[in-house]
Ligand binder design. Structure first.
Ligand code: LLP
Length: 427
């Protein structure tokens, strides 16, 4: 559940009309709801509270430092995947003891930054990386702790580009090879391999792939323990799906917990999760204005002022984002976030951006109430991997980010300017 609702035929984020933000800040703009962020974070934390689990928000999905501050204040930890994300986590006041550093290709500087920050652990993805971390820790005169990321070889039934836990993936090591890796690095001088990590993919709508993966890892940890390895934690990863197409598409995290908690309860090791999308996905929308209408053959185009550079998910993953006018008529369904409840006079349109690529679209053959130049559209479920994946392609300044809290809002990232575009080139 989120706090984007229609009142008197107008879209509100919490207690502020979306149209007001668009008028005052301009479009395109990302709008986040504080209450939704917090609600989703607490849903996850509460669902896994019986495990005493550490929740490490995956910064990659939506990493504005003001959002991280808000989550850090709630006691949330962070999953970081680059020096930049580590920097953000620390800048936001994140507790280093709740920061884990993931990623298949951490460079030496990133590893050193993690060690110097005193983070909780590195999630390691290869033998070569383990040796490198040991070497760097030695040079810094420190000892560090890490987990081995294993591929449990389960199918998360999601998009090929975001499937990560299969044998053939570039991530982690085969679960069959894991014991050999633990044996080989049993007594490194500066690195203690003491945890197991998985992340099977994203978004995952079913519970079963998690159960299957968790069971395989539990069995692995039992075998490792029998061989005398002391395993201190199991990081189950992230990936919990959210509602893109309907309000019942994804399971609430409590449903995942129903099966995962009994499986993971009373283990002699700690449990961690790394959710990103579940917390941020429906906590953000992107507002964009209709620029022009045109036809091409049998196609009707609605050209908006946001482009694929602002939100790349539709074209990169064929992702569905519900798109609806911010102001509706009495005959329209209010923001039903469903494919099959259009008004009777709906048009079938392609909603496209201004970027010079045919792939620059947000929706193809979509039923939408009639729109005209100047109308404001909301692109829903854009909080995760929305702004985070935005670029300056076509030299478009990236949009601002706004955080709404009740009846006030704050611009938490300014719109980039034309000067911002050339500044790094004018040394
Ligand atoms: N942990 C690890 C190791 C990950 O690689 C990811 C996401 C997460 C946690 C968080 O997953 P989440 O809970 O947010 O699903 N850009 C794609 C998603 C890429 C996911 C990358 N890794 C998209 O827009 O769908």
């Amino acid at each position: 559940m989120d706090f984007f609702n229609y009142r008197n035929n107008e879209l509100y984020c919490e207690d502020i009309p979306a149209a007001r933000i668009a008028a005052e800040v301009g479009t395109p703009v990302y709008v986040y709801s504080k209450a939704t962020f917090l609600r989703h974070y607490h849903q996850v934390a509460d669902a896994f509270a019986p495990l005493g689990a550490t929740i490490c928000y995956s910064i990659k999905c939506c990493g504005n430092v003001n959002i991280l501050k808000m989550l850090a204040r709630e006691g949330c930890g962070f999953d970081v995947t680059s020096a930049g994300e580590l920097f953000r986590a620390l800048r936001a006041g994140g507790d280093p003891k709740k920061i884990i550093f993931a990623g298949v290709g951490k460079n030496d500087d990133e590893i050193a930054a993690g060690i110097n920050a005193g983070i909780a652990a590195f999630n390691c993805e290869s033998e070569a990386e383990i040796e490198n971390i040991d070497r760097i820790a030695g040079a810094l005169g420190k000892t560090v702790v890490g987990a081995l990321r294993v591929n449990p070889d389960v199918d998360p039934k999601t998009h090929a580009k975001t499937t990560t836990g299969k044998k053939e993936s570039k991530f982690g090591v085969d679960i069959d090879r894991a014991e050999r890796v633990f044996e080989r690095y049993r007594s490194l001088a500066h690195f203690r391999l003491a945890g197991v990590h998985t992340h099977i993919g994203s978004p995952v709508l079913e519970v079963q792939p998690y159960v299957e993966a968790a069971q395989k890892v539990i069995d692995l940890i039992d075998r490792l323990t029998a061989r005398g390895h002391k395993i201190e934690w199991f990081d189950v990863g992230g990936g919990f799906g959210v509602n893109y197409t309907s309000l019942t598409q994804a399971k609430p995290v409590s449903e995942h917990a129903k099966l995962l908690v009994p499986l993971l309860k009373n283990k002699p090791y700690k449990i961690a999760f790394e959710p990103g999308r579940y917390i941020a996905g429906n906590a953000g929308i992107m507002l964009t204005r209709v620029q022009y209408r045109k036809t091409g053959g049998s196609k009707h185009f609605v050209i908006v002022d946001a482009g694929m550079n602002d939100l790349i998910r539709p074209t990169l993953y064929e992702a569905y984002h519900h798109i609806w006018p911010a102001k509706i008529r009495d005959i329209d369904t209010p923001g039903s976030r469903t494919k099959d409840a259009p008004p009777a006079d709906a048009e079938v349109v392609d909603i496209v951006g201004p970027v010079c690529e045919t792939g620059d679209y947000f929706a193809l053959d979509r039923r939408l109430p009639p729109t005209q130049r100047g109308d404001l559209l909301a692109v829903f479920t854009a909080g995760a991997y929305g702004f985070a994946m935005a670029s300056n392609y076509n030299n478009r300044p990236r949009p601002p980010e706004v955080l709404v809290g009740g009846s006030t809002y704050t611009v938490i990232r300014k719109r980039e300017t034309l000067e911002d575009l050339v500044r790094p080139e004018e040394a």
